[in-house]
Design a protein around this ligand. Structure first.
Ligand code: UDP
Ligand code: MG
Length: 308
């Protein structure tokens, strides 16, 4: 059976459409399936729509978070609750074309354990957004060691890959990268990002920047190495400057300039504070992980077979 995991946050308009479209496409192809909606603490009627869909269709199940925990948590919960032999993750807004699920499923049948959806085109975006996304993906690609520039959350995973992900104890997960990190026999399917039919994107520019920094930091220590490298460079500069000023001092022509001292002080001060900030950021990540709070809290469930 194929479990389709559908994270939904304030998607009241899209839930019925998604349930109908995906169910019909998979039924037409005779693919046994369940649709697992994860309501990420929506503030609108999303949960009611999911319950209604579960009434109307035997294949629909739903879980409801006690508050908004973010898409990563929704995906984790979906993977934990899914019962299928393989699981697919798809956006509720149908920006990931559901027809591709069939192609992905066929590839899984032919023996692939991970089928990744890669973006052929990124859809409508502002220039600033595209630039920010490019920078982020360049960083994370070099950190992760594989190209992520076209990666998306649209994927199909075999049970063994799902279990590998579920066994990870880290809380700050980045599904898109972790699903490549675990390895397994994988292949790709290209898709075009569709227009959003209803509702609006949940991402503001600020939340994207925060998300990007968090994911870079949780995947790589490169910023700390950067601090170390900077320290070494500063030390080399110090040796040169120090020798020059000493020689000048001994030969009677001391370096002139209060300005130099002020500039140096300010420069070194800011470098030290930035470095402390970077280290502090990593500390905060460690703090979050060590508290070991759950990634999400499920407050309600619906659909047949939920009680087992
Ligand atoms: N989503 C979620 N929790 C959130 C934000 C988004 O579950 O806190 C879901 C949302 O309902 C959608 C998917 O994640 O199914 C992608 O969100 P969105 O379309 O807003 O992102 P974009 O397509 O603009 O990247
Ligand atoms: Mg979207």
């Amino acid at each position: 059976m194929l479990s389709v995991i559908i994270p939904a946050y304030n998607e009241e308009a899209m839930v019925p459409v998604a349930a109908e479209t995906i169910d019909e496409i998979l039924a037409r192809e005779n693919i046994p399936h369940e649709l697992l909606f994860v309501d990420d603490g929506s503030k609108d009627a999303t949960w009611a729509k999911i319950e209604a869909a579960a009434e109307a269709r035997a294949c629909v199940r739903g879980i409801h978070f006690s508050r908004n925990f973010g898409k990563e948590s929704a995906v984790s919960a979906g993977l934990a609750y899914a019962k299928g032999d393989c699981c697919a993750v798809i956006d509720c807004d149908l920006q990931h074309p559901p027809e591709k699920l069939v192609e992905m499923y066929r590839l899984w049948e032919s023996g692939y354990e991970i089928v990744e959806g890669v973006k052929h085109s990124r859809g409508e975006e502002s220039a600033a957004h595209a630039l920010a996304a490019r920078t982020f993906y360049r960083l994370i690609s070099s950190a992760a060691g594989f190209d992520m520039s076209r990666a998306s959350d649209f994927k199909l995973l075999d049970r063994s890959a799902v279990n590998a992900l579920l066994n990870m104890r880290e809380k700050n997960t980045f599904f898109r990268a972790l699903s490549s990190w675990i390895g397994f026999k994988s292949t790709q399917v290209e898709f075009d990002v569709q227009e959003r039919a209803a509702g609006e994107s949940k991402w503001s520019f600020r939340s994207l920047v925060r998300y990007a920094i968090k994911n870079v930091a949780s995947f790589t220590c490169a910023p700390m190495y950067f601090v170390l490298a900077l320290g070494i460079v500063m030390f080399a500069v110090m040796v040169v400057f120090g020798t020059v000023s000493l020689v000048q001092k001994l030969s009677g022509v001391a370096v002139e300039g209060f300005t130099t001292v002020i500039l140096l002080l300010l420069f070194i001060g800011s470098i030290i504070m930035i470095s402390l900030g970077i280290i502090g950021y990593y500390l905060s990540i460690i703090f979050d992980e060590i508290k070991a709070r759950p990634k999400y809290i499920v407050s309600a469930e619906c659909g047949r077979g939920m009680e087992e």
